[in-house]
Each structure stands twice: as C-alpha cells, then as structure tokens.
Write a protein that binds this ligand. Structure first.
Ligand SMILES: [Zn+2]
Length: 209
C-alpha cells in the first residue's frame, strides 16, 4: 500500500459519512445507491458487491453511461492510478461478480428454508405475491409458464445459470426455477437483477459511443 496518511484519513472520515460521489457523472448520493469498486494490485478493478473489501474504493452508479465515463478517466482520477481494466473486462468481471453473489444468496436462502425449489413450489409461492424467482437459462418450457411470464413482467425474475448448475447448488440433479418471498433476499435479488441488466446493456452498446 502506498497510501499517504491523508488518503487514509479521507477513507476513514468517509466511512462515518454515508455520502459518496460517482466516478462517472460526479453526482453525490447515499453510498447504497452506488456500486463500490476496489483497485487490485495489478491495476485492475474489482466489483465489491457487499461493500466489505479492504482497500481503496471508488463508487459509480450502475448506469452504463456512468460506468463508461468512469472507465474513461473517472476511476483513474478517483484512485490516482492507472487503470488497466477495459470495458469488456469490466463487463465480464461484473457479470461474474453478480453470479458469484447470486450463488451465495441462493445457498443461504435454501439453508434457511426460504427457497421454493422447482416449478410446482415456485408456482405456489408466486401466487402469494412479493415473490422473486431465479430461472435457469435453459429452463425450456417452464420459462413460458404463466406464473413465470407474469413475474418477468413485474421485474421479479433473474435469469442465470443452467439447470445443472442450479441443481448442484440446491442438492438436486437439475433445477429450472426457484423462488423466494424472503424480503431481504428479494431486495438483494432486485439489486443483482438491476446490475445484471446494466452489465448486459454495456455489451450491446457501441464502445466508442
Ligand atoms: Zn453517475
């Protein structure tokens, strides 16, 4: 670490104050409205989804426009260091971080018996409202079922993993869909869903735009 005392002080005083500034657009807001990014020793950026990593952090809105501006100079200014992470690398790193967090979330939901696993259980849970679902990429006809389509319309579905991967997490050969109505887990799924959307829209945009 080559931090000067001033920088350390700044970081400490920022911990007491929950206001952060976007490395992209420069706007300030509560820290929970930002993604926290830390700088690795090799000059690459790492998404800190649980805001718990040590090291110097910078903040950026999940808006693709903010991410782009930050990658074009905002992060370098915030860290006062050269950033080697490119847009495609940031996108891939972000998507992997979201998947990793999603795995942890599903396993903890399953352990606390807050997860309805399989189509029948998920359908039943969805009828009570407030539920969120995770649907496998290769869920097939289950993805076309009415309860899933209704949840998609409500923004209540995260599409991730393959059936076999979901199954491996949840102790079954294959799982196409699982759902939860746990309020805390639902909130976190909503946040991950929003991040997933912004990372995927990064990929569909012209990088020179
Ligand atoms: Zn911003």
């Amino acid at each position: 670490m080559t931090e000067t005392k001033d920088e350390v002080q700044t970081e400490i005083s920022q911990e007491k104050d929950s206001t952060r500034t976007c490395a992209g657009c420069g706007a300030s807001g509560d820290r929970h409205t930002f993604m926290r990014v830390v700088l690795g020793d090799d000059g690459s950026l790492v998404l800190d989804l649980q805001r718990s990593s040590f090291g110097r952090g910078a903040n950026v809105h999940s808006d693709p426009a903010c991410i782009k501006r930050a990658l074009r100079g905002g992060f370098a200014r915030a860290f006062r260091a050269e950033i080697v992470t490119t847009m495609p690398a940031f996108r891939e790193m972000g998507q992997l971080a979201v998947e990793r967090r999603l795995r942890g979330l599903l396993v903890s939901a399953w352990r606390k018996r807050a997860l309805a696993v399989g189509a029948d259980a998920a359908r039943e849970l969805s009828s009570h409202g407030g539920a969120r679902a995770v649907v496998a990429n290769d869920a097939g006809s289950i993805a076309q079922e009415r309860f899933v389509l209704e949840m998609v319309t409500n923004g209540a579905v995260v599409v991730a993993f393959r059936r076999g991967e979901l199954g491996a997490l949840l102790g079954r050969p294959e799982v196409s869909v699982c759902a939860t109505s746990d309020v805390g887990i639902a909130q976190e799924l909503d946040r991950l869903h929003a991040l997933q959307m912004s990372f995927s829209s990064l990929s569909s945009q012209n990088e020179s735009a």
